[in-house]
Design a protein. Structure first.
Length: 296
């Protein structure tokens, strides 16, 4: 049974069954701009929870509407002054998790960690891998892979935190490492394990997490580490050397504004070279400095 209702924003919160853990601030900002221009195209799907309603489908839409309320109250008042359009459903926990997972699978917007966490919850509710595969139209081997990645990330939870933008130059205090960065490392290690390159990936990921915390590696540096492991799998036998090599490069992340044509140029260089955007940009700048130095 369901009904369409206009609900006060203060009565809405992410459902305990919502499978999304991480919400990109940039994605929320873009969605808020789209809602301001075109309105809310799809209502949120909610269920009664406590003294309000839990958002089962539409977590990013919820955050975008909250952003409009804070930053563009006149737009928020025009669009949602009478309430937020919601489809209210009576859903049990298993139905709600499956619905949230199904919607996000269609959008292809979940991280492997979020996928694995949601699948593990369904296991705990008594749903088998075969049932999940059939209901959600996901290959059985894919399901098993996501669960393995999630299990390995859980082993390093004590040293993992949410992403943070870079690290200061100079002294590198020990700190928790980026969850986003470790997900990328875990994915590469899973690939290597499938190829028989790594026998105990759970031990390797724990070692890398400890080393990265000790050296204070950022999200971007962990991304670089994952790429180098994929390019040179033999480095998995000596993660200490790889972490030390990356930390010596003294990478510092900065938020900058670039002209679109420059971004497109750097993206082209990155694609042709098979490197990340950051690595391509660094190469271009270093080549320019060398060229200017030799011309001086």
């Amino acid at each position: 049974m369901e009904q369409l209702a206009l609900l006060p924003l203060e009565k809405l919160k992410p459902s305990t069954a919502n499978v999304r853990i991480h919400v990109s601030e940039e994605a929320v900002r873009r969605l808020a701009e789209d809602i301001a221009a075109r309105g809310l195209l799809h209502p949120l799907i909610v269920r009664p929870e406590g003294d309000g309603y839990g958002v089962v489908c539409g977590r990013r839409r919820l955050e975008a509407i909250r952003l409009l309320q804070r930053t563009r109250p006149e737009v928020y008042g025009r669009l949602f002054g009478g309430g937020v359009p919601c489809v209210v459903r009576e859903l049990g926990d298993r139905e709600a998790v499956e619905l949230s997972l199904s919607e996000n699978l269609r959008q292809r917007s979940l991280t492997p960690e979020e996928m694995g966490r949601a699948l593990a919850r369904l296991y705990e509710m008594g749903v088998s891998e075969e049932e999940i595969s059939s209901r959600l139209q996901v290959e059985l081997e894919e399901i098993k892979r996501f669960v393995r990645i999630y299990a390995r990330l859980r082993e390093v939870t004590p040293v993992v935190a949410e992403s943070r933008p870079g690290r200061p130059s100079g002294e590198r205090p020990r700190r928790k490492v980026s969850r986003t960065g470790m997900v990328k490392v875990a994915r590469v290690l899973e690939e290597l394990a499938q190829r028989g390159v790594v026998e105990k990936p759970e031990e390797v990921i724990k070692r890398i997490a400890d080393l990265a915390a000790e050296k204070g590696l950022s999200t971007g540096e962990l991304d670089m580490l994952a790429r180098r492991l994929r390019e040179a799998p033999e480095m998995v036998r000596s993660p200490e050397l790889l972490v030390e090599e990356i930390s010596r490069e003294e990478m510092v992340e900065r938020v900058v504004l670039l002209k679109r044509r420059l971004v497109e140029y750097v993206e082209g260089v990155a694609r042709r070279s098979g490197v990340s955007f950051s690595e391509a940009l660094n190469r271009i700048i270093e080549e320019y400095i060398v060229m200017r130095g030799s011309a001086a």
